[in-house]
Design a protein around this ligand. Sequence first.
Ligand code: LRH
Ligand code: MN
Ligand code: MN
Length: 434
Amino acid sequence: IISPALDQDFIASENAALTAGVEEDYDALGRALDRRGIDIEAITRAVAAFAVAAPSWAVGSGGTRFARFPMGGEPRNIFDKLEDCAVVNRLAGATPTVSLHFPWDEVDDYKGLTEFAGALGLGFDVVNSNTFQDHPGNALHPLSYKYGSLSHTDPAVRAQAVAHNIHCAELAAKIGAPALTIWLGDGSNFPGQSNFTRAFERYIDSVTTVYAAVPGGFKLFLEHKMYEPAFYSTVIQDWGSSLLAAQAVGDNCLCLVDLGHHAPNVNIEMIVARLVHAGKLAGFHFNDSKYGDDDLDAGAIEPYRLFLVFNELVDAEYRKAPGFAPSYMLDQSHNVTDPIESLMTSAVEVQRAYAQALLVDRAALEGFQDANDPMMASQTLKRAFTTDVQPILAMARLRKDAAIDPVGAYRASGYRSAVTRIRPAKAGGSGGIV
Ligand code: LRH
Ligand code: MN
Ligand code: MN
């Protein structure tokens, strides 16, 4: 233990001064919800059981195309990343698993890695492949992905990208991860550069080859994104292309929704409903966005949209939609905040949206929908969204021995200064274009 952030006695002492207030607020909210026919304990239990995976790649300082400003104590390797993720989970109590990204997180000994994670109270969730950049010096990637990967015109590059994805699925099996998410930057920057149809067909063919090589029951998640790094066209640019590809590949190939990967104003909650209907919703990369793939903290910009997404998820849960078992992950990048604080905050915001969605009076909503009463239908959602569920979230953390105030406890622990003393400073400097 390199700082008190992971120490139970420290967290308990931080909680001591706040516990009476939480109990008082929780009792008051419990009485208010009781008047609405809602059992607060059922909501608290559901919130406590809710988990979202932390992304291994989010605990360092991100950067943009313009610059990267490093902070102190950045993780040197996957072991440091797991230590940081353990702090996030210990204090906020909502991220018991970590999503790895290969080859960034490759190690020699996966048994050792799994044991290391287990000792920190962590497991592994869905893994990610990376054919959106070159990996100089990596013997498995001698060819460049500059002009694409799974959809490349050159069969040799496609074969290399296919082999990498199969390799990632093998690594997933070693660490007990249930699925592989495939996102790639394949696309074009100029009209005419790429044949839309042929590129899409090559992509489907490549993913089908990966699918045929992975064990039965293992899932492939296809992640769409409208643009970037390709600025004219992207092969899997939206949920339509993603769904067509997933349907062509097979039953265990599903569509992953990253909230930042859509055009502004797109109705993401409706996309979620459509993918649930098709039995093809893989899960989420939660984050928030104002303009594009901004990778801001979940709920930072549009908390109502996050709530509306969870409203669809809870609706599907209540309806027992066939095959509904989405994976929840965060996917963020932090330039101006401490990533540990941002990840804890996001995990709490995702839980908040879930708790609010659980408060929706679904029978009343259905009645207003059937009676074509838009005012009352929308007020039914707003009533749930505007309920302050903070006492439920705090009580769920207290009962799990996590911190009532995760960011406050983290700052009091001095974790960042402790790791800054141990881990050497990383280079900052310019990004890709200056
Ligand atoms: C692409 C993306 C995808 C990658 C991650 C690093 O923008 O959302 O999930 O794997 O970022
Ligand atoms: Mn993503
Ligand atoms: Mn992204």
